[in-house]
Design a protein around this ligand. Sequence first.
Ligand SMILES: C[S@@+](CC[C@H](N)C(=O)[O-])C[C@H]1O[C@@H](n2cnc3c(N)ncnc32)[C@H](O)[C@@H]1O
Length: 307
Amino acid sequence: MRQHLPVLCAETVAALLAVEGEQKTFIDATFGRGGHSQALLHGLAADARLIVIDRDPAAIAAAQALAETDDRVVVCHGAFSELTELLASVEVTQADGILLDIGVSSPQIDEADRGFSFQLDGPLDMRMDPTSGTSAADWLNTAEPDEISYVLRNLGEERFARRIARAIVAARPLHTTRSLAEVVSQAQPASRERGKHPATRSFQAIRMHVNDELGELATALRAAFEILRPGGRLAIITFHSLEDRLVKRAFRELSSPPQLPRRLPVRGDQQQPRGRLVGGPLRAGPRELADNPRARSATLRILERAQ
Ligand SMILES: C[S@@+](CC[C@H](N)C(=O)[O-])C[C@H]1O[C@@H](n2cnc3c(N)ncnc32)[C@H](O)[C@@H]1O
């Protein structure tokens, strides 16, 4: 199994550790295998805390192993859309820095049993938390063709969404990743996009739907901003254009003066933006890309809370 290489790690950690003032409480809401967490821990004081969250039980097992060797680490299992509640359960109401490194980890893809990969045969699951929610098989075997087509087109930018959705419905019930990969591949013209597996877009779209990845991000982003103390920073790494657009728009709104009704008396501080963009979007450089091709679609954005 591949090791998960943390993407834009030095840049992310440097931005989070550049917060002015207190550096007591940091949150890694996407622990994965802890690449970013370990780099953050190197820079944190002995009395700081790092709360680590993941919805994947395998990631949580890795987090617990780290917590046994470092008592600054506090582990929470759950979805980051429930950030406020998860943090309340460990008595955290404010943070100096928060990281969201969106998407899946390399071990999730490489473990056939998790059902994420079109290259390995396994049960058609794709849930990051296999203990809750609906598996890819349950969804694909019951959804309306229009719903499947909508997901493939919107989350996967799949040109042949309608054809693929019809082929999936005709082949039901589907239970394995290999059978889905074959159905998806056969529904497309053989000549399409050399170099890219024909099931890439569909698998990505189905995974994003099954885990409600855009909904999770939209909710967590707002919750994370509210938890930051003034001067605290939120760093978000995305791997998909729809996710990056969502982050870009939310960051733009939070760093612009609020829209207030005209002619109402307002205090000066009510006219100030609540956040400040820290630099522009960051992408991996050639050296990182040579070691880690997964970094090619990554974008890091950073927002600082102003008040
Ligand atoms: C790209 S990996 C993070 C890798 C990590 N930064 C590292 O260096 O190892 C994303 C992780 O976030 C988790 N994740 C994705 N969506 C989540 C959500 N909505 N709530 C909690 N964890 C989530 C996944 O299970 C996965 O382990």
